[in-house]
Write a protein that binds this ligand. Structure first.
Ligand SMILES: *Cc1c(COP(=O)(O)O)cnc(C)c1O
Length: 359
């Protein structure tokens, strides 16, 4: 099989060795004679997997025993609701920064439950930037933001300043760079962008937060339900948690410092070419560009018919997943942790060849 350069936005590229190890676990888990898929989630084998996955998250983020780590289901999309339920206090409203489709959906769930306030938005400019100097009103219980906007290719490069509890949807840039996780009361992230396969959602929650909501929470949406049962209140998505654990081992071994440098190098290589190449322009404001998802379109005045020409050339070079999201158009190159620099170089080569052929 020839090598595919996988720029998919999610589910997305994972380290090759994880696929090999995970496929072995399906056939025979650690010489038990059982597949991981047919053993009890209460078996000592799987309990060890869950425990290791949870403690790896704490080790990678340098978090102490004042935090709980949970692997739940429902995707980050359920996280929008779960975060609101668990963070509401006497004011019964959260503050939201609206920086893209996912952020907007989080706001919508916040409004469903209370009276969420949009404190800043870049919607009018098709989400091409990150709002900076916004104020969080005193009568809000928490500030929610989306650290990386997967669809529009923008990213918070610093943590917003606020004295309110901080909640973050980190689905598409978790573990992509060093971050002071102790600044957050609640972090959640769907696994399938940068941590594992689809099927589980990571929650990192300060223990202080649990059981303090001002609203009644349905059992399954209450994080204290899951925390009190070590993330095993009900049957967890065993395979997704196992694969995530394998990826987390790899992340821990590399360290976030080193991963962050590599990701910076990949993004710089790609954005340099977007800026240099006469056929393309970036869609996000330069200072807010995402290191994970680079969005670019054909330059002004270039024949739109060349969109499909470029995708064909990518396809011929074994490059997959660069068609842009329909709300931005053009192209999106997702450069998650497991994507090697050589894949970015392959894409840059095609961009150059495209310019040579059509400019
Ligand atoms: C993909 C994504 C989501 C939605 O995740 P699901 O697991 O499909 O619910 C939410 N937020 C961000 C930032 C994402 O990238």
């Amino acid at each position: 099989m020839s090598k595919i350069h996988n720029f998919s936005a999610g589910p997305s590229i994972l380290p090759k060795h994880v696929f090999q190890e995970a496929s072995q676990a399906i056939v025979d888990y650690n010489g038990t004679g059982l597949s991981l898929l047919e053993m009890s989630h209460r078996s000592k084998e799987f309990v060890a997997v869950m425990d290791e996955a949870r403690s790896l998250v704490k080790e990678i983020f340098n978090l102490g025993d004042d935090y709980e780590v949970l692997f739940l289901q429902g995707g980050a999309s359920l996280g929008f609701l779960i975060s609101a339920y668990n963070m509401l206090r006497e004011n019964k409203q959260g503050a939201y920064v609206n920086t893209g489709s996912w952020a907007n959906k989080a706001l919508k769930e916040g409004k469903w439950l209370g009276s969420a306030i949009e404190v800043a938005s870049s919607k009018d400019a098709n989400y091409n930037s990150i709002p900076k100097d916004f104020v969080v009103p005193d009568n809000c219980d928490y500030l929610h933001y989306t650290s990386n906007n997967t669809i529009f290719g923008t990213e918070f490069h610093t943590i917003p300043q606020t004295d309110k509890p901080l909640v973050c949807d980190m689905s598409s840039d978790i573990f992509s760079r060093p971050v002071d996780a102790s600044k957050f009361d609640l972090i959640y992230a769907g696994a399938q962008k940068n941590m594992g396969p689809a099927g589980t959602t990571l929650y990192i929650v300060k223990k202080d937060v649990l059981g303090k909501s001002s609203v009644d929470i349905p059992t399954m949406l209450d994080l204290s339900t899951h925390a009190s049962k070590d993330s095993m209140f009900n049957t967890p998505p065993v395979f997704a948690v196992y694969c995530s654990m394998l990826v987390l081992r790899w992340i821990k071994e590399l360290g976030l410092e080193s991963i962050g440098k590599t990701n910076q190098g990949k993004a710089t290589a790609l954005y340099n070419e977007v800026d240099r190449n006469s056929m393309f322009k970036g869609t996000a404001q330069a200072e807010d560009r995402s290191l994970m998802n680079a969005c670019f379109v054909l330059n002004d005045g270039i024949d739109e018919a060349l969109n499909s020409e470029f995708l064909n050339m990518c396809n011929d070079a074994g490059i997959s997943g660069v068609k842009g999201h329909r709300s931005v158009g053009g192209f999106r190159a997702s450069m998650y942790n497991a994507l090697p620099l050589e894949s970015v170089e392959a894409l840059v080569d095609v961009m150059k060849a495209f310019e040579t052929k059509f400019a």
